[in-house]
Ligand binder design. Sequence first.
Ligand code: AHR
Length: 524
Amino acid sequence: MRTLLVILALITVAITPPFMAAQKVELTVDVSKAGAKIDRNIFGQFAEHLGHGVYEGIWVGPGSPIPNTRGIRNDVVAALKAIKAPNVRWPGGCFADEYHWRKGIGSQRPETLNPNWGGVIEPNTFGTHEFMDFLDQIGAEAYLSVNVGSGTPQEAAEWLEYLTTAQPTALAKERAANGHPAPYKIAYLGIGNESWDCGGNMTPDYYLSQLKIYSRFVRNFNPAQQDKQRMLKIAVGPGGGEPRFTEWTEAVMKAYQNHQWSWDIDGLSLHSYTVVRWPPAYASVGFGEKEYSQILKSTLEMEGLVSKYSAMMDKYDPQKKVALAVDEWGAWYAPLPGSNPGFLVQQNSLRDAILAALNLNIFVRHADRVRMANIAQMINVLQAMILTDKEKMVLTPTYYVYKMYVPFQDATFVPVTFNAGAYTHGEITLPHLDAIAAKDRAGRLWVEITNIDPNQPVEIEVSLVGVTPKSAAGETLTASKVDSVNSFEASNTVVPKPISAKVQGGKLALKLEPKSVTVISVEQ
Ligand code: AHR
């Protein structure tokens, strides 16, 4: 009998699921202390002529049976409006350094090639006017990348004159004849792209001589952009942590410190993908906890890069006039089997939602220097917000993070202190938690908490210095597996659900699911 009881006890232990007691973590949000403004441009997008990012993703043409406005998909426009996309970087990427804007205006558009991305035909049907129309439809600002690699300063200067002058020049008349008499607003100008690599493999000195010329002559003539609204110019900066990028950043920032009246910059770009190693080999679907923890470990290296380059910039620009623009970032995985490898097609899972939240939180904590960031890329390419297949559209887990973070756009950073704890898988140890807080322009407090641990829930107690909470509620994003995705067949697998906190003794209490992103607002 005793033996039987022992056996039964052993069987019970074996079939009982692992103990899932929630860890307890205290968060202190000090509302009495305000930090930097979180520039809404941190939530910027990137649309390159690459794969189905532009063609099919944005542009279907006016004759398409897919509902569209002047050729631009209505479903995509509505989705991007809902996340208040602040700016879109276009037309590349590597593509920008081979783009000749004249081929994308007027009624005769030549077919050209896209040698960087699969060598496919570039029809040029989506050009300058279509891009500006798209921005107008979604309510975003233009971030144009001009061709420094294979173009000329004259070509870029004429593009900007064509876009922005209010004077009746030949280029302005051509713009009017093409349907837009009023000057366009161009908020941001990227001078080259990865000029140390696909943009022409330039040395820092060679790039600097180009930068000075483009900065001087590529002018914005829009009368409404001559003062506070002036166009901001972004120079090519580092592309990771290698020593050559230290040298590059030092050279550009040193030149900026000593710059003459004739040229200037307002931003320095940083490109950094979560890839672990090149060529990209991690699968975007069908992975487990090992790959989840490895990718998140790799993505957290963004903190080191931003800190390193911010410190370097502080040396030459202590007043922080030059923004660090992380204008290409995101997860870069192996192409989906069966897709054109030049189209950079990947799925987007709950892991990507967590990855996005962790990076956005890094940018927010560095909001005094990081005033722009553009996830790569907006639709159908790399870590996309949106996937399309003919008339079908699906919103990715990353999209929902951007939607949940809308209240942080232009909000004021509020410090949060907490013991992040640890989550360990094999040899990898990551923080269990991450969190940020901010006050929006109406004075409402928002708190974001990411539970990185894919197995353990966490009980959070939030103390608010300077505020007596009445209630708090918001949304939480999670799913059953780390690699759960939204597909065309099942588009609501990873979608935010309502969550609310209890008020206990002047503190907020809420329980967070494992592998989740949660945003709540506090009623005071
Ligand atoms: O986003 C894809 C490519 O990555 C861009 O074209 C290039 O700038 C970077 O190397």
